[in-house]
Design a protein around this ligand. Structure first.
Ligand SMILES: [Ca+2]
Ligand SMILES: [Ca+2]
Length: 283
């Protein structure tokens, strides 16, 4: 009897300890909220706050990654997942990463960066990037500098006052970018790397496979990170990580997402599936 009581006590203590550990190490979970269909290869999503309105812009490649076919668009989606305009901006080739600085949207387009008026979607300038091969993601810092990754040439460029220059060289398969204060987070192939202001690299973590595409800081100790081939991870700042979603086995890609802190919403372009899927993030 005493043995049974002791065992029961030990068991309940263990259960209690497990619950505490689970609470301390709880990872976010994702639940599908809405989905938009009919976008011809969406690569990147950006949340926009403008004139009291919140919405999402989506770069739509149409065709392959590198053809100057003139048919690429930027689509506009409401905060609740309605397709408002499939061609809010048009006349691009294979648009990919997007960032806002001031009143303008900067979009990478193969070997140049298109500058688009946020008021009306008109292309107001094109900034050629000399020597570029396959421009991909774009981020802006609060000083107005624009950073652009080049997956083909393995470089990161900085555009300052409209003038591009090589900012970091030798970044193999540079794709996803995020910026927090003056620290640049870079997806370099399967590696998530942090660059300080002196462009010194620190490896945060290495994914099992694939090309890191979307990176977003969610809170001070963690990031959401997507692998293009269909995986989404939660990555702690110490590099430990948890796989939150795996559609790689079903061939549904997860490209350069937007994360809305306000809505706790992860908005993922599914590339070849021609869909954009929005997930509620619970943590
Ligand atoms: Ca195209
Ligand atoms: Ca990308």
């Amino acid at each position: 009897m005493q043995f049974i009581l002791k065992t029961a006590l030990l068991f309940s203590l263990l259960i209690g300890a497990t619950e505490v550990m689970a609470a301390k190490t709880s990872e976010p979970s994702l639940s599908l909220v809405w989905q938009v269909t009919g976008l011809d290869i969406p690569e990147s999503v950006l949340e926009v706050h403008q004139g009291g309105q919140d919405f999402f812009l989506v770069s739509v490649l149409k065709g392959d990654y590198y053809s100057k076919d003139g048919n690429g668009d930027i689509a506009k989606i409401s905060k609740n997942g309605q397709l408002l305009d499939s061609a809010w901006a048009s006349g691009l080739n294979a648009p990919k990463g997007m960032a806002i600085s001031g009143k303008f949207l900067y979009v990478s387009d193969i070997d140049e960066v298109a500058v688009i008026d946020l008021k009306n979607g008109a292309i107001v300038n094109l900034i050629p990037i000399p020597g570029s091969a396959f421009l991909n993601d774009v981020v802006a810092n609060k000083h107005g500098d624009i950073f652009v990754s080049d997956t083909g040439a393995g470089k990161i460029y900085r555009i300052r006052n409209g003038v591009p220059e090589i900012y970091i060289d030798n970044v193999p398969s540079a794709n996803g970018l995020a910026i927090e204060k003056d620290i640049l987070l870079v997806g370099s192939g399967s590696q998530l790397v942090r660059y300080n202001t002196a462009s010194e690299a620190t490896l945060i973590t290495q994914m099992p496979f694939g090309l890191i595409d979307g990176i977003a800081e969610v809170k001070c100790d963690g990031y959401l990170v997507s692998v293009w081939e269909g995986q989404i991870y939660w990555v702690n700042s110490d590099g430990t990580k948890t796989l939150l979603l795996d559609s790689s086995t079903t061939g549904i890609f997860t490209a350069d997402f937007a994360y809305s802190k306000k809505r706790k919403l992860l908005v993922v372009p599914n590339f070849f599936s021609n869909t954009v899927s929005a997930y509620r993030v619970t943590y």
